[in-house]
Design a protein around this ligand. Sequence first.
Ligand code: IDC
Length: 506
Amino acid sequence: MWLKEHKKQLIISALALLAVVAALVIGINIGKGNSGTNPSSETVADSADTSTQENKSETESAEEVSAAYEIRVVLGSSWGSDGAYGGTYNITFINKSDADVKEWKAELEVPEGSSVTDTWGCETDIEGSVLTVTATDWGAAVSKGGQIEVGFNMNTPSKITPEIAAYYVDGKKQDGTALAASTEETTTEEIKPEERPEPESGTPLENHGALQVEGTQLVDEHGEAYQLKGVSTHGLAWFPEYVNKDAFQTIRDDWGGNVIRLAMYTDESGGYCSGGDQEQLKTLIDNGVNYATELGMYVIIDWHILHDTDPLINQGEAEKFFAEMSAKYADYDNVLYEICNEPNGGATWAGNVKPYAEDIIPIIRKNDKDAIIIVGTPTWSQDVDIVADDPITGQSNIMYAVHFYAATHTDNIRNKVTYALDHGLPVFVSEFSLCDASGNGANDLNQAEKWFDLIDSNQLSYCSWSLSNKAETSALIQSGCSKTSGWTEDELSETGKWIRNQIQGN
Ligand code: IDC
């Protein structure tokens, strides 16, 4: 009885919360874009279509009012008090047209005196009360039917939900004025019924020992092809609570995973080279390595460059860090090093990443002769084809990172992987998710299946982003769930359920 009442209250609270979230969402829909009217994408929210319907004039046919683009701003977390508010704002751009978009920007109304402190996937500029947000890097191009979410943190004199005054797609101002509230959509594809795999007796490490690279294949101590399958943490500084032994054990015993990637941002807020507490971060790594070791799992120490674009920028710190890590874990057969998560921006293979790797690898090798070292590749670890034409020579047990976000990265990146493998380059999918490159937006499970065909047919190793309950699609745990281990299936996000199923081999 109590439970029933309690459940009812929970449902009421959840509904109230939803209403608040919906109220905080401001969107703008365009009646007719400049590039077609066919909203054929499965990734587009139904709620957006409903709002378009509401705003159509009676004489327009359904086809004519189909939105070509949708753009909306969501205020995520906010903090501060009277006179000084701070908030995280995410802007989702949905391309419902039948043509790819190369660039887009939005003008938002903000109170005078506002300032942006941090951005992802965009650049910002404030003049008076107009904040211009220009999508850049991974945020700029949105293929037809796709969507992207970029964002920024902003301080404002008062708490606001900014309105979009105007926006531009490929240089053309869009003339939409219809306002619509919409909520984040979720894809409701049926998840295959779970079937537990035959549990391995003994731990992964006991059974497979020190790993090596043979040709393009990761192999175990018996020379048998071996696939590492597991999850990446979110930024260690942001979600330290998931570095706990029970969490890793859940991944091992319930999910069937054998690897955990410890992602340590270098340049984001709280990053190792951007004011983060280095000792605390190293303690988290040490705890993570020890829990993994006690559980007989493999563990990747990830130098998570991202905002810093070029690994050369923090190379001095990286040298000290990897000297220390490799000395500490020299005798651990289960530790892998990932030396630069995602070079991007102007960082090229020949000019930046390769020279960096050629400096860092010998530093690790001085202490640890044979650990697997994963080298990031240019364009957010996508250009394995370029690397395949000019790999690092004279070293063994080197692999190269390829990362994908299934709703953004499709055939062209898979083709790069195939090219790389065909040219003898060992590839490791050290980070991926099913949604778009922002880590958010709708999952594209069709594309994810295609990726897994490629992964499994080549026995590629992989880690899914991210072991956290952040309110974003790529988080594996439901955002309402605060448990840090022992999650039931219901406590996993759509992504979490799908990945668990995948790792389990169903
Ligand atoms: C994202 C996180 C998000 C965080 C952001 C910070 O999901 O919560 O605010 O980083 O910049 C990557 C990166 C990875 C990104 C992820 C999603 O390696 O750090 O995490 N992504 O954007 N490459 C492609 C996508």
